[in-house]
Design a protein around this ligand. Sequence first.
Ligand code: HEM
Ligand SMILES: [Fe+2]
Length: 320
Amino acid sequence: MQYKSQAVAKPYFIAAIGLFVGQILFGLILGLQYVLGDFLFPAIPFNVARMVHTNLLIVWLLFGFMGGAYYMIPEESETELFSPKLALALFWIFLVAGALTIVGYLAVPYATLAELTGNNLLETMGREFLEQPLPTKLGIVVVALAFLFNITMTVLKGKKTSISIVLLLGLWGLAVFFLFSFYNPANVVLDKFFWWWTVHLWVEGVWELILGAFLAFVLIKTTGVDREVIEKWLYVIVTLTLITGIIGTGHHYFWIGTPEYWQWWGSIFSALEPIPFFAMTVAYGASCTPWLRSTTTRTARRSPRRTATWLSMAPTPWST
Ligand code: HEM
Ligand SMILES: [Fe+2]
C-alpha cells in the first residue's frame, strides 16, 4: 500500500465478502425451495428469500465499488484520501442500515414494513430490486453523496488521470440513476419505463464504467503495461458502453406499451451491448501482449528490450 488512507478499503472488502456469502446462502435457500416446496416455510417465504438474495447483491456490490474506489483513488491521485474518517463513519452507517433493512425483510411481513417505514408518504416500495423502505433509500443517497464528496475532493486535490475520471463518471452516474427509484408514477408503463433507468442503466451503463476503470487500474499494476495504451482502450470502452447501454435500454421496452420503434432501437443496440464487455476482456488482454502493443504504440519500438521481456512472459497466441 502506497498511501496510509487506502487501508479504509479493508472493512469494505470484508463486508462485501460477508454479504456475498449471505447472498449465496439465500440463493441456496431459494433453489431448495424450488425442489422442496415448503422448505423453511412459513419462516422464510420464497418472495422474502428472493428479496434478501437480490438486495444483498446490490449492497455487497456497492460496498465493493466503494472499497475499490477508496483503494484506487489515492494511488491514482497520488495523494491521501480527503477524509479517511468520513470513509470509516460511512462504512458503519451503511452496514448498520443495510443489516437493519435485511432484518426488516425477514422479521415483519412486507406490507407491515411498508406501513412502518412511511411508504404512504412517498410510495417507492414493491418493485424488484428497489424493495428498500424509504428510510433505507434515503440512507443510500446520503451515504452515496458523502462518499462521492470524499472521492471527488481527493481527485480534485491530487492528480487527475483518465482512470479516476472514468471511475468518477461511473460513480456519479450510479448515484444519479438511483434517484429514479424515488419516482414511481401510478401509470404502470411510465413506472416500468423509469424503473429500467435505475436497473438497466446501472447494470449495463454506469457499473460498466466503474468496472472498466478498476480493470484498467489492475492491469496497469499487475502487468506494467503503459498507461497510455490502457487509457486508449478505456476511452473506446466508455464510448461503446454508453452508446449501446443507453439506447439498449429499449430491450426492456418491447412489451410495456411504449412506441414500436423501441423494438428496433432496443434489438439493434442491445445486440451490440456485449461488445464493451468483449473489448474489456479481450482488448485489454491484447493491449498487454507485445505483438499488438508494438503495432499500436510507438513505445514498444522505443524500448525493444522491455518488449522482448514481455514476449517471453505473455502466454498468448500472439506472442508465440
Ligand atoms: C449458489 C448460488 C445461487 C443460487 C442457488 C441462486 C438462486 C437463485 C434463485 C432460485 C433465484 C430466483 C429465481 C426465480 O425467481 O424464479 C435467483 C434470483 C436472482 N439471483 Fe441468484 N442464486 C445464486 C447466486 C447468485 C449470484 C452470485 C448472483 C449475482 C452476483 C445472483 C443474482 C441473482 C439475481 C439478479 C436474481 C434475480 C433475477 C431476475 O429477477 O431476473 N444469484 N437466484
Ligand atoms: Fe438490460
